[in-house]
Write a protein that binds this ligand. Structure first.
Ligand SMILES: [Zn+2]
Length: 268
């Protein structure tokens, strides 16, 4: 990757603008590349344990790609139905689903759901293959998901599930309904619950979609702090802070898997 400065890196990465062919990505199954067309910069999938995580912590990059005419998909592994102390889980789950669908529409994206129990998302082959199938269905050039350094067990589970699902999705030898798809790029999201060891290495200017993204987040019943955490205040001000650090009005920070930062150079 011809990157000489952080600024050049941010410009060149454009969240997928110059995605490397999968065969060049260390740690990715090179054989899958033969079945994967050159990735589109506009195809991005957020995969989260709960609907709120998908939109609050991962939504802005998806909104940006969708605003460029691309395909954005929000996949939640549960409905986050146990997130309210006062609303019964079945009703709250329905509210979360409805909010996700409304928010996705606002961002010209799609919402998809797997409905494992909130708080009890299992880490097993069934879940990993279900996520693998959805990755193969939508064929994203970029996947954004949870960082593993989380106090929330569902978030840690999601990290494990998605990393293995991406691996499975790229292996042609794993025969599923859709053909193999190697995901060229992954990022971990800047989530208040996943801060342990999170190290930002990519700052994405989200200024063009900031207002729309906030409007989408506001579709959720917890956004203004109804469940105890002030999401609106936190993610708004975080975007300002990240913008200050990266020379834009609003930005989100992302963390790359270590392998994605490996450079192949002929000179330093
Ligand atoms: Zn969560």
């Amino acid at each position: 990757m011809p990157v000489h400065t952080r600024r050049r890196f941010l410009e060149s990465i454009g969240l997928g603008a110059s995605a490397l062919p999968a065969a060049q990505m260390p740690g990715r199954p090179a054989s899958a590349d033969s079945e994967t067309p050159q990735p589109s910069r506009s195809n991005i999938m957020a995969i989260a344990a709960h609907p709120g995580d998908a939109f609050f912590a991962m939504g802005a990059p998806v909104a940006l790609e969708a605003s460029l005419g691309g395909q954005g998909v929000f996949l939640s592994l549960s409905l986050g139905e146990r997130g309210s102390a006062s609303i019964p889980a079945p009703r709250y789950g329905a509210m979360q689903r409805e909010a996700s669908e409304r928010a996705a529409r606002l961002l010209a994206a799609q919402a998809a759901f797997l409905t494992w129990s909130d708080g009890e998302i299992p880490v097993n082959e069934e879940v990993k293959l279900a996520v693998c199938d959805i990755i193969r269905q939508y064929r994203p050039a970029i996947v954004v998901t949870h960082w593993k350094g989380s106090w929330h067990k569902d978030h840690r589970a999601c990290y494990d599930i998605v990393n293995d699902a991406v691996f499975y999705a790229g292996l042609p030898a794993i025969a599923r309904k859709d053909k193999a798809h190697a995901v060229p790029k992954m990022f971990y999201a800047d989530n208040w619950e996943d801060a342990d060891g999170f190290r930002a290495d990519t700052f994405l200017d989200i200024t063009p979609v900031f207002d729309r993204w906030i409007e989408a987040c506001a579709a959720f019943p917890m956004w203004l702090g109804e469940n105890g955490f002030r999401y609106n205040d936190y993610y708004r001000s975080l975007a300002v802070e990240r913008g200050c650090l990266s020379g834009s009005r609003y930005a989100v920070a992302l963390m790359s898997p270590a392998e994605q930062l490996v450079r192949h150079a002929r000179a330093l």
